[in-house]
Write a protein that binds this ligand. Structure first.
Ligand code: EPU
Length: 345
């Protein structure tokens, strides 16, 4: 077989691509030039093209954590690299390599079907495997960073493929080395390390309630419980446009937390690193009376105040206008700044 037969085809380029179906807010957005990336080998050529034409560019995964403007000038890379395979297994762990374009929830379901429990608390989070480590997705006491062995990416600064070991990824709450270096890395493959020993993590209030009468649930039972809770609290983007939590839970110094507690005895918070406390942004927003409110075509979800929604026909401008109202009121009421979680393109 000659080399040409092995080489993947060049990335398909599509001018003027509508992205309404590729962002979970359901905003009308148009990419001037989209490149469909189905193999990592296509990336260097695409990045060279972009550089030669001096185009603006960005990467789009599942579109579940982005706020898209009506027009995206330059190039938009659509990450569709497929495939998942077990690449090693020993007494302590299984190594699983997964293409960046694989759907996250489908991967979680696949791991359970293949007797690789561990990721069940992260069920039903929308988006792709390649996007998940960038904001270190987390839910119900588990973060994806806990399960990552290494990440393969294209480094657009050095124009070379790189492999970053877990430690080099600097995972923290909704943060990573990739997020700290925007526009630099394009994640192509994630290698997971799934330990052979497993224990149920049901300490989060919502899950503890579900398992009040069953202290020893299986991974499948936890998976189903997480799906049930998320289905109630988070609207299905196919029905109501949203990007999950719209703000990060703010982390404040202990002194500020103690002061707030004096005036708001029922303040909801979680322990964080020493000297700091993480506040429930949903509670702060709820206290300001925003839950279930509408502002034109957008609003705050009725079952979870941390989720902003597009009721249909809304735009990035509308959602950012609502976000500003919420940030201003929460700052005035509690002296706390809320950071927007999705990427604003
Ligand atoms: N709360 C209210 N009113 C609300 C919402 C929340 O009072 O409208 C209070 C409740 O007391 C609730 C607490 O805030 O118990 C925390 O709410 P919840 O359990 O829904 O979690 P969260 O802190 O709002 C975070 C993540 C979610 C993740 C859940 C469960 C962030 C920004 N969000 O939300 O992640 O699913 O914990 O672990 O950290 C996402 O990032 O898109 C996301 C959904």
């Amino acid at each position: 077989m000659n080399r040409a037969q092995n080489a993947p085809q060049a990335a398909k380029s599509i001018p003027n691509l509508g992205l309404k179906q590729r962002n979970t807010f359901g905003f009308d957005a148009n990419a001037e030039l989209a490149y469909e990336i189905t193999a990592s080998e296509q990336i260097p050529g695409v990045i060279s093209d972009i550089a030669a034409q001096k185009l603006a560019w960005r990467v789009l995964g599942g579109g579940s954590n982005v706020i898209l403007p009506a027009k995206l000038p330059g190039a938009t890379l659509l990450m569709n690299i497929a495939g998942q395979e077990i690449i090693a297994s020993d007494a302590s762990a299984t190594l699983l390599a997964v293409g960046g374009g694989v759907n996250w929830h489908e991967l979680v379901a696949w791991t359970l079907e293949n007797d690789l429990p561990g990721l069940e608390n992260l069920a039903l989070i929308p988006g792709t495997v390649g996007a998940a480590p960038i904001q270190n997705i987390g839910a119900y006491g588990v973060e994806i960073g806990d399960y990552i062995d290494r990440i393969e990416a294209f480094d657009t600064k050095d124009h070379a493929f790189v492999t970053l070991a877990k430690e080099a990824c600097h995972f923290a709450y909704r943060d990573s080395y990739f997020k700290q270096n925007p526009q630099r890395f394009i994640v192509t493959k994630v290698v997971f390390r799934i330990p052979k020993s497993w224990n149920a993590r049901i300490h989060y209030a919502d899950l503890a309630k579900q398992f009040a009468k069953n202290s020893n649930p299986s991974a499948e039972e936890i998976f189903l419980a997480v799906c049930k809770i998320r289905t109630y609290k988070l609207p299905d983007p196919k029905v109501i446009g949203n990007a999950g939590s719209f703000f990060q839970n703010p982390i404040v110094p202990n002194e500020q937390y103690e002061t707030l507690l004096q005036s708001h005895a029922d303040l909801v918070s979680y322990p964080d690193e020493p000297g700091k406390r993480k506040l429930a942004a949903g509670w702060l927003i709820d206290q300001c009376g925003f839950k279930g409110q509408r502002m034109g075509l957008v609003g705050v979800y009725e079952n979870q105040a941390l989720v902003l929604v597009n009721h249909g026909g809304g735009s990035a401008q509308d959602i950012l206008g609502l976000a500003k109202c919420i940030q201003d009121k929460v700052r005035a009421e509690f002296g706390v700044s809320l950071q927007i979680e999705p990427n604003i393109f």
